[in-house]
Design a protein around this ligand. Structure first.
Ligand SMILES: [Mn+2]
Length: 322
């Protein structure tokens, strides 16, 4: 557990905050922003929440109304920034330029990236940023209510794939989770928040991605993709990416799963998931992206065939060497 004193000193030294997370927010990001705001308000500060969006993931869609898409000039006067779940400043997306010059506290759990901010509370061993926010509540001696407990459990559950990615050294995480449950939330409640909001069209898109999956080297490398045409044909607003990874990573012998998504004209995002054998965070970083050792991503331009060939050129030698 790392020392939170600098982070709490920063939180107490200012009285007005903008709380910002990363673009394309996920459950941990949104929950960390909301829980950090609750802590700051308990400490007596005035707080507003900001996100570059979009709120595409179905489990966070209901939160969109709590976040402003920009930071007006008037809001920048005399305020400090708390940036959560971001390993680099550019992860804040379009809000980045609005944060320039503000005193800044970074709360994060990513391993890669360039250290930034005037105060940092960063622990790459934490499974989610919400676990760090929970530590801040505890170290500040501030009690949290059931709504905040629910948010913090939501963050841990979404970032760990419902605990699937937690290893043998995770007992402290489960102790922390036990206290969240004591405060009035439950894993069944969070499960429905995450998985009780899917559309049938997204399941049909999932079927499409599964059936077209390319296997290389005895399933060690599995590659699939979705295009804008797929989403249009199926009227799929939800993309179902988490389930693609979850299902393909159950294939015996699989090491790396790649999901290529068309984001615009000749623009693709590449998502990578791996076992511990391959550091996909390093691969993503080499393409200007980021993430963790076992979950990472990057953006790339070109045709779908070009993107697939590029991915295979990098990954085939790595999985062959195993
Ligand atoms: Mn996170």
């Amino acid at each position: 557990m790392i020392d939170s004193a600098h982070a709490l000193a920063f939180m107490r030294a200012h009285h007005s905050f903008v709380v910002v997370g990363h673009k394309e927010p996920d459950g941990d990001c949104i929950a960390s922003q909301l829980a950090a705001a609750a802590l700051l308000r308990a400490l007596g500060a005035e707080v507003t929440l900001h996100s570059a969006g979009p709120f595409d993931r179905p489990e966070i869609a209901d939160f969109v109304g709590s976040f402003a898409a920009t930071i007006p000039d008037a809001r920048r006067q005399g305020t400090a920034a708390v940036i959560v779940d971001c390993s680099t400043p550019d992860r804040t997306g379009a809000l980045g330029s609005r944060l320039a010059g503000l005193p800044c506290l970074v709360i994060d759990h990513h391993s890669a990236g360039e250290p930034f901010g005037d105060a940092r509370f960063v622990d790459a061993t934490a499974p989610s940023t919400t676990v760090l926010i929970q530590q801040l509540f505890d170290d500040a001696g501030v009690a949290f209510d059931a709504d905040t407990a629910r948010l913090m459990l939501f963050g841990v559950c979404t970032d760990t794939g419902f605990f699937r990615h937690l290893g043998r050294n995770s007992a402290p995480v489960f102790h922390a989770i036990a206290r969240l449950v004591e405060h009035g939330t439950s894993t069944s409640e969070i499960y429905m928040m995450v998985y009780g909001c899917r559309e049938l069209s997204a399941r049909k898109l999932l079927a499409e991605m599964l059936s077209r999956t390319e296997s290389h080297r005895d399933d060690r490398l599995l590659i699939t993709w979705q295009t804008q045409a797929d989403r249009d044909r199926l009227s799929a607003h939800q993309r179902g990416e988490d389930e693609v990874y979850r299902l393909l990573q159950t294939i015996k012998g699989n090491v790396v799963v790649v999901l290529i998504k068309e984001e615009g004209d000749l623009r693709f995002s590449v998502g990578l998931r791996s076992t511990t054998a391959v550091d996909v965070g390093a691969i993503a970083a080499s393409f200007g992206g980021g993430g963790h050792r076992q979950a990472a991503g990057f953006d790339i331009a070109g045709t779908l065939d070009h993107v697939k060939t590029t991915v295979k050129t990098v990954l085939l030698p790595l999985v062959e060497a195993l």
